[in-house]
Structure formats: structure tokens, C-alpha cells
Design a protein around this ligand. Structure first.
Ligand SMILES: Nc1ncnc2c1ncn2[C@@H]1O[C@H](COP(=O)(O)OP(=O)(O)OP(=O)(O)O)[C@@H](O)[C@H]1O
Ligand SMILES: [Mg+2]
Length: 252
């Protein structure tokens, strides 16, 4: 369970996350959507302790994130940041192996190597293991970062815009990996997505943020409605049912 209780973030005298309280049940996929600047990344940053909170508390699997031991937190929770600042002179193999660090402190066992191989295969990175990050396309690099996070093998996985730079097929593959991680490995995955239809088709829960607040929260069946999308983005959309999914059409 992720419990976010009365969390706010202030920069100078601007409040960018405003008294957010949410509970995310264990073992499922939750998507956070909302316009640019809504506070999605800031919220994820505070849940993972990358950013200090101005007010409130966050518990992840019973751990108080402000007080938890760093290594222990990293064994429970992993995060893919929207902007990664890893040095580009690392190979794919190095980056993915980096995900094992909280478990090994650098000494890889046979089991760790198994995790690394599996993550590389899951993200279709075979053959690219020896390449440096600056020798990859944007989408390949994004897949290497996702492989690193999956390799950390934590119960809670936070992914900030994991579909950035990915083509349609790779985006669908990532969402299937995410779904499998929740369904088969009972992981709790929280993603920030801009594609509302990916959120609709692959999430158990959707959280809609605007101006630092949670405007609406619910399963895709209740969330994907023209009135909610209009309130979030100020955009008129049509919603269609297709193969038991609600699809939002917004090209007019
Ligand atoms: N270091 C900072 N100093 C001041 N303001 C900041 C800082 N970081 C973010 N902000 C502001 O906080 C607000 C929320 O930013 P955040 O990155 O959380 O938005 P977001 O919902 O993730 O947007 P996007 O979809 O564009 O990634 C924005 O108005 C942003 O300009
Ligand atoms: Mg963001």
C-alpha cells in the first residue's frame, strides 16, 4: 500500500502540489494523468524521497519514506525519472546491472546476473548490451532505463513517463510488461502517462491531477468520460467502447 497523506510542495511562494491524499492498493497498475505542470513528477519525486515534502507524510509498504533507511527503501521502491541524469558513457549492461546495486552493493551473484539477463530480454535489448548510452536511439535508451528499474526488482515501481520516445509497438510491449509485473509478480506499479488511452487500457486505477491537486480518481470505466477529460485538460473528446475498453478520441 502507498499512503500519501496531506502532501504539499512549495517552491518559493508557489504551491505546486497542494494537500494531496491518496491510497494506492498493492498489486495493481495506477496511472497518473494530467496536463503539463500539474505536479505529477513532483508527487512521484516526493513519494520516492527524491524531493523533500513541504508538508504531509508518505508511507510505502509500511515504511515512512522520510525516515526509512536508504538501502531498505531502494529494496522496496524503484523509480524511473522523467529526466535521467546518468552519465552517457555507461553501457547498457552497466546501466541495467546498476539496478541490482541496492541488493548487492556491487558484487553480482549468479542470481543477480539472471535478473540482468531477464530485464535485457524483457526490454528487447539483446545485442545492445555493449553499447554506450550515447550510442543508442532515444527509445533504446529509454528501454535501457526501464530495464534498470525492473532489474531492481522492487515491490513498488514508479515510472514517470516510461513511454517517452517509444514507438507504438515498444509502448504496447512496455505496458504489457507492466501489466504482467502487476498480475503475475503482484507488483504495485504507478506510472505517469500522457496517452490517456494507454492509461485506459492497462490501468486498474487512474488519478487525474491539475494545478497540484487530485481532480478525480477511479477505474477506467468511470474515469474515461468526456466531462472528466474536459475538466482536466479543457479539451472536448468523444469516448467510445472498444473491446471492453473506453477509448478517448480527440482529433478533430
Ligand atoms: N525546481 C523547481 N522550482 C520551481 N518550480 C518548479 C520546480 N520544479 C517544478 N516546478 C514547477 O512545479 C510545477 C509542477 O511540475 P511537475 O514537473 O511536477 O509537473 P508535471 O505534472 O510532471 O508536468 P509534465 O507533464 O510537463 O512533466 C510546474 O509548474 C513547474 O514549473
Ligand atoms: Mg513530469
Amino acid at each position: 500500500m502507498i499512503k500519501v497523506n496531506g502532501v504539499s510542495k512549495d517552491y518559493a511562494n508557489q504551491r505546486v502540489v497542494d494537500d494531496v491524499s491518496i491510497e494506492i492498493a498493492p498489486g495493481g497498475v495506477t496511472s497518473i494523468v494530467g496536463p503539463n505542470g500539474a505536479g505529477k513528477s513532483t508527487l512521484l519525486g516526493m513519494i520516492s524521497r527524491l524531493l523533500p515534502m513541504s508538508a504531509g507524510t508518505v508511507q510505502v509498504g509500511g515504511l515512512d519514506v522520510t525516515r526509512a533507511d536508504t538501502a531498505e527503501l531502494a529494496r522496496h521502491l524503484s523509480i524511473l525519472r522523467q529526466d535521467n541524469h546518468l552519465p552517457l558513457r555507461l553501457t547498457v549492461q552497466d546501466v541495467v546491472a546498476f539496478g541490482r546495486y541496492p541488493h548487492t552493493q556491487g558484487r553480482l551473484t549468479v542470481q543477480d546476473k539472471g535478473h540482468i539477463e531477464k530485464a535485457i530480454a524483457y526490454l528487447n535489448l539483446q545485442g545492445l548490451e555493449g553499447r554506450f548510452l550515447d550510442e543508442l536511439s532515444g527509445g533504446q535508451r529509454q528501454r535501457a532505463f526501464i530495464a534498470m528499474v525492473l532489474c531492481q526488482d522492487t515491490e513498488y515501481v514508479l515510472l514517470d513517463e516510461p513511454l517517452n520516445s517509444l514507438d507504438m509497438k515498444n509502448a504496447v510491449d512496455i505496458m504489457k510488461v507492466v501489466r504482467r509485473a502487476a498480475d503475475e509478480l503482484h507488483k504495485t506499479v504507478v506510472l505517469v502517462l500522457h496517452d490517456i488511452n494507454f492509461a485506459s487500457c492497462y490501468s486498474d486505477m487512474i488519478i487525474g491531477m491539475r494545478n497540484g491537486r487530485v481532480l478525480h480518481q477511479g477505474p477506467p470505466q468511470t474515469f474515461i468520460q468526456p466531462s472528466i477529460i474536459k475538466a482536466l485538460y479543457g479539451l472536448d473528446v468523444a469516448v467510445h467502447e472498444w473491446q471492453n475498453n473506453r477509448i478517448c478520441v480527440h482529433y478533430t
